[in-house]
Design a protein around this ligand. Structure first.
Ligand code: 5AD
Ligand code: SF4
Length: 470
């Protein structure tokens, strides 16, 4: 049994990262034959992409996917730790699975992802959720076939959570959810230690993938007809800082751009590491999309300092203006937390003012959630829930106003859209513009998977309606 340990997880040893290659032993290839798996994914794109790896690994063992957790042989939850409600959802699902297991004793239940890296969660699973067969962490994904095999053949709980990030493992199989858009990991972990955030503990030390492996993956996607890649990392701008040669996010964007993949996106950017060179590359290459997700978190420099963000409101605004002025038609979105410990009405009003100035194209707004083990959890001055809820509502009113205002500016314009499919609700085509706005329009299903010009007819807060323009 290998348990999570925050003291180890916090250490940054700067040891050399060794590259390994995934291999599946012959004797495991049939362990899932004739069996069904149910996989539920919580959290961010990083987790969604991990689930694409998990699916491919399970299917290489013979398992088939089902979306019916009441009739499966293996139920696996790929969990998120970022806020309390992500926890609650996963524990709620474990409760439902307990009932299923009462009628199907052979059901194997597993938990992986970020919650598996939390000390508190794993001790709860050991003490109170004894029916969970196995747990593995974010650093052990490639070990799934082995851990699962052990769980199937044993009556004990299998817990394998490495607290120190391991090596970078290449060649893990992947079953992508889309035939047109692909996630590509470029950097694992995070060294920023924002005081509210659990990610540096659950995802470990920053490790950049070899740029040659990234470019090779994108080239293969181009050959397979993919139209878009999203380069993924907790903080993509820090890409390359841990490599032993000069190579950063600007160079990577440039090299990926030369693969001729039609669209490149990247997430998430920390304002601290956003260089002028990166801005130049985004502005220069047509296939690097004019869209930047730039989390501000708060408009108060005092709160930003307590959050450990390493920039002031003024620094943020300077960067914001530079991006806006140098990249034509850029759209900028953000993340904001309200109710951080000690946040006063004045601090909050500074956040509102910043939103009035920036007029973001999109904003993901959250109430601060205390994460055990982080520095902010120890701060005095936690904000009452009703105050935080009131602030969230007032903030949403302001940001929503600008989503609509920005979208209205697109009315009458022709925008390039990657068509993704037919929407369940409207039974029309839907896709995303270069600036990452959702648009619905009528057209033939033969357009799915293509980038086509669409005229924006009318704008709503969350989406656009258009018509094909040819
Ligand atoms: N509470 C609330 N929101 C959080 N985020 C990260 N940690 C917390 C927390 N403890 C938000 C940040 C981040 C986004 C992914 O989630 O805004 O940018
Ligand atoms: Fe959630 Fe963060 Fe883990 Fe993503 S990396 S699943 S957001 S805790």
């Amino acid at each position: 049994m290998e348990l999570p340990d925050y003291v180890k997880a916090r250490k940054r040893n700067r040891e050399e990262v060794i590259k390994e290659f995934y291999q599946l032993p012959e004797e495991l290839k049939e362990i899932g034959r004739g069996k069904k798996y149910f996989l539920k994914t919580y959290g961010c794109q990083m987790n969604e992409h991990d689930s694409e790896n998990i699916k491919a690994m399970l299917e290489s063992l013979g398992f088939e996917e089902t979306d019916d957790y009441k009739n499966c042989d293996l139920a696996l939850l790929n969990t998120c730790s970022i806020r309390e409600n992500a926890h609650n959802k996963a524990f709620g699902m474990l409760g439902r699975l307990k009932h299923v297991k009462e009628n199907n004793k052979d059901l194997i239940i597993g938990l992986c992802g970020c919650m598996a890296q939390e000390e508190g969660v794993v001790s709860q699973i050991i003490n109170r959720y004894k029916y969970v067969n196995f747990v593995f962490g974010t650093h052990n994904i490639h070990r799934l076939p082995f851990i699962l095999n052990d769980a199937i053949n044993s009556n004990d709980q299998e817990i394998e959570v490495m607290s120190k990030e391991g090596n970078i493992v290449e060649d893990i199989p992947v079953k992508r959810d889309s035939k047109y858009k692909a996630y590509v990991n470029i950097i694992y972990g995070c060294d920023k230690f924002c005081t509210y955030c659990i990610v540096p503990y659950t995802r470990g030390e920053q490790r950049s993938r070899d740029p040659k492996d990234i470019v090779r993956e994108v080239e293969a996607l181009v050959r397979d007809g993919y139209q878009e890649v999203t380069l993924l990392g907790q903080n993509v701008n820090a890409y390359g800082k841990d490599l032993d040669y000069e190579y950063g996010m600007d160079k990577l964007l440039e090299d990926v751009s030369k693969t001729k993949i039609p669209r490149i996106r990247f997430m998430t950017s920390h304002p601290w590491d956003f260089t002028d060179e990166m801005i130049d590359v985004i502005a220069k290459y047509d296939n690097v999309m004019p869209y930047v997700h730039l989390p501000v978190q708060s408009g108060s420099s005092r709160i930003l300092k307590l959050m450990g963000r390493r920039y002031t409101k003024e620094d943020y605004l300077k960067l914001f203006d530079k991006i806006r002025n140098r990249i034509k038609n850029v759209s900028i979105s953000t993340d904001i937390i309200v109710g951080f410990p000690t946040e006063t009405e004045e601090d909050f009003k500074e956040t509102l003012d910043l939103c009035e100035y920036c007029k973001f194209d999109n904003a993901f707004t959250f109430i601060y959630s205390k994460r055990e083990g982080t520095a902010a959890a120890k701060l005095e001055g936690q904000i009452p829930q009703e105050v935080a809820e009131d602030r969230l509502q007032r903030l949403n009113k302001v940001v929503n106003k600008y989503f609509l205002e920005n979208n209205k500016k697109l009315e009458g314009k022709i925008v390039p859209v990657l068509v993704e499919g037919i929407s369940d609700k409207k039974k029309e085509l839907f896709g995303y513009t270069d600036t990452n706005k959702l648009i619905n329009f009528k057209g033939s299903a033969s357009l799915i998977g293509k980038i086509v010009p669409v005229k924006v007819v009318s704008a709503k807060t969350w989406s656009l309606d258009g018509e094909i323009s040819e």
